[in-house]
Design a protein around this ligand. Structure first.
Ligand code: AHR
Length: 670
């Protein structure tokens, strides 16, 4: 060969080398930075809240007293121990919660009348923190009586069980609310609230009567300091995620086991004392995890949930009952549901219309006025409403059409979310999509609690979806691994990989929410969950970090992203997606390695010559069974690092079972 051509061939070879992966196994991920694709909906990557696993009372709702209005059934004194003369009465001041307790002194200096509340799995008290005690009370004979209110630790070996005491004098024969602040001297995980009836000087020697109702104890330090507020540490975790949408209040809880205990939003608004207590349908849904004292006080009702959406910066997405009880629990029982006629469904439809008015109407409207009276004169700017939770088949379709017609007529701009049933494939699912398309639902809610195999098989799920039909809402999903229904890092890595298909198809996927959101370690019915907590602590799961990494790096527009090698269907491999973030002039590439080996990748940012600073956020899920726990909440958390780009390329090796977010500045001037 001529020397010149030999040199030429060598040079060409070198050039090729520069464009070829350095190692045979290196995956080249090419991002076309100049081809700005579909905008990412601001609602992408949100939260789904349902009162399951003691998520509300005993969880995010900061009330510490269980059964504060004596309304649990059949045991109205559930959660309470009473001593001396205490009688349950039923003609109280609050129409929807008529019970109260009549306390009468024993007329003896050594015999006390009183009551004690056990809280939800005890009451968690923090050191040097203030708690606001309140009670509705009256002294029918007009003789002032004292309530000695104590925080106690019944299990202590110390001489005194009481941690702190405050005295409240009840002096009116009319019902009135009394309040006092009491400070806990130290941290106690399982405290209780004890109240003694005493005379005005504090002695047991009284024969008088004092009626008590709606007995409440809240930390003063709630999320944003709201009264009737929420647990700060839990809401902080939700806030930190930066969710785009907040779906509430369920879930099957919307439907109820029967229509009688469906979630009725009108029972959850107005003064808290008069919100009608409801049996939680998760109380006895699984006899192997049964909680006979699981009720809904509705203290955290629709007003509080709208407010929370606003404070989280997320679009509210209420889910409404479609005139149907839970289909799972009433298999093929037509009679379990409201008849499928417009007339029979009218109250349910009216609930939807009134809810929109509650959220958006001005204070001249009936429901808008209530919202204003509750403290929010400005509208909540509701844009979405879901009708039906997880419904399928004829029963659903026959009913939904009346809702769609009436909502469209009254509020043409509200986007309606319909359901495709409990599974992500099969006949019911397909019928659901067909019907939602015909009914012109704006979005279709899909649910998938599935094993790893399903996730591996669905990594490109939305690539071929119909672009002309309704948008997709992946409303409930979680990887349940191979029947392992508990949180672990290994399952989270498949969720991260799957989410690339949500992101790549942001032109049709408008929102997505993992489920369920919260679980008390002593009160759960369903695993895995996003966040675990006990009375004082929380643990953000690996799945939480996956969701947060997406939500915090959602970008503004999809960028085409291709790989030199794609994992065969149902096989582990490298999965990726890319977005542009116009808010800070960067490209964001998400890469997931689901294999058990480290994998080198080369990111090529085509369409730009030179990129700037590269920040990486890596979640290492290689300890497959590992997870964050209350004792070790930061065992697996995203680690931030930096890389140097070479021109428009970034070379990196991802660890086994690892999720990395690369945030790449568009320009090296930054
Ligand atoms: O998230 C738990 C339950 O799963 C929801 O209530 C229901 O919608 C689904 O079946």
């Amino acid at each position: 060969m001529h020397l010149k051509s030999l040199f030429g061939a060598f040079f060409m070879g070198l050039l090729c080398l520069a464009w070829q992966p350095l190692f045979a196994s290196e995956t080249v991920i090419t991002v076309q930075t100049a081809r700005k694709g579909a905008p990412i909906a601001p609602t992408m990557y949100g939260l789904f809240y349902e009162d399951i696993n003691f998520a509300a009372d005993g969880g995010m709702y900061a009330e510490l007293v269980k059964n504060r209005s004596f309304e649990y059934t059949p045991n109205a004194l559930s959660g309470w121990k009473v001593m001396g003369r205490a009688e349950l009465m039923a003609d109280g001041p609050f129409e929807r919660n008529p019970h109260y307790l009549r306390l009468q002194g024993m007329g003896h200096s050594e015999m006390w009348t009183g009551l004690q509340n056990e809280g939800f799995f005890g009451m968690g008290l923090r050191a040097s923190a203030d708690y606001r005690f309140s009670v509705w009370a009256r002294v029918p004979q007009g003789k002032p009586q004292m309530l000695k209110v104590q925080l106690v630790q019944p299990s202590t070996m110390a001489e005194h069980q009481q941690l702190a005491e405050v005295k409240v004098v009840v002096d009116s024969p009319e019902w009135k609310q009394y309040e006092a602040v009491i400070r806990s001297p130290r941290e106690v995980e399982k405290a209780e609230l004890r109240i003694f009836l005493a005379d005005e000087k504090g002695s047991a020697w009284t024969g008088e009567t004092c009626d008590v109702e709606h007995i409440s104890l809240f930390p003063v330090d709630t999320w944003r300091g709201h009264r009737n507020g929420l647990r700060k540490d839990i809401v902080q975790a939700l806030y930190d995620m930066r969710p785009g949408v907040f779906r509430f209040p369920g879930g099957c809880i919307v439907e109820g086991t029967t229509l009688d205990n469906r979630y009725q939003w009108k029972h959850s608004v107005g003064p808290v004392e008069n919100r009608k207590i409801n049996k939680n349908r998760w109380m006895d849904c699984f006899p192997y995890r049964c909680f006979p004292d699981y009720f809904q006080s509705y203290g955290m009702g629709f007003y509080e949930l709208f407010l929370l959406s606003e404070e989280l910066g997320a679009e509210p997405l209420p889910v409404m009952n479609v005139g149907m009880a839970c289909q799972y629990q009433n298999w093929e029982r037509e009679e379990a549901h409201a008849p499928a006629t417009e007339q029979a469904l009218d109250p349910y439809i009216q609930d939807c219309l009134d809810l929109i008015e509650f959220a958006n109407g001005d204070s001249t409207t009936q429901w808008g006025k209530l919202r204003a009276q509750m403290g929010h004169p400005e509208p909540f700017c509701l844009k979405y409403i879901a009708v039906g939770n997880e419904q399928w088949g004829r029963f659903y379709f026959e009913r939904l059409k009346f809702f769609v017609e009436r909502i469209r007529k009254a509020y043409p701009d509200i986007r309606i979310v319909g359901s495709s049933g409990p599974g992500p494939d099969g006949k019911d699912f397909e019928d659901g999509w067909k019907e939602m398309t015909e009914l012109k639902a704006d979005l279709v809610d899909e649910h998938f609690y599935r094993p790893v195999d399903w996730f591996l098989n669905n990594m490109y799920r939305y690539d071929n979806y119909d672009r002309k039909g309704p948008k997709v809402f992946a409303g409930e999903y979680a990887c349940h691994d191979h029947g392992k229904k508990y949180n672990h890092a290994g399952a989270s890595i498949y969720e991260a990989a799957f989410m690339t298909t949500l992101e790549r198809n942001a032109d049709i996927v408008e929102m997505a929410t993992y489920a369920p959101m919260l679980a008390h370690v002593e009160g759960w019915q369903w695993r895995p969950d996003l966040i675990w907590f006990d009375n004082l602590r929380i643990a953000r799961s690996c799945s939480y970090h996956v969701q947060a990494m997406y939500a915090q790096n959602k970008g503004t527009h999809v960028l085409p992203c291709s790989q030199s090698e794609i994992a065969p269907k149902r096989k582990d491999g490298i999965f990726s997606s890319a977005v542009l973030d116009e808010t800070d002039d960067s490209f964001i590439v998400k890469v997931i390695n689901t294999t058990n080996e480290p994998q080198p990748v080369l990111l090529k940012l085509e369409g730009t010559k030179r990129v700037g600073k590269v920040t990486t956020l890596a979640l290492d899920c290689s300890q497959y069974e590992g997870e964050n726990t209350l004792d070790n909440p930061n065992a697996i958390v995203p680690q931030e690092n930096y890389l140097t780009a070479q021109g428009n390329t970034v070379r990196h090796t991802l660890g086994a079972k690892c999720f990395v977010v690369y945030r790449i500045a568009k320009s090296d001037k930054k």
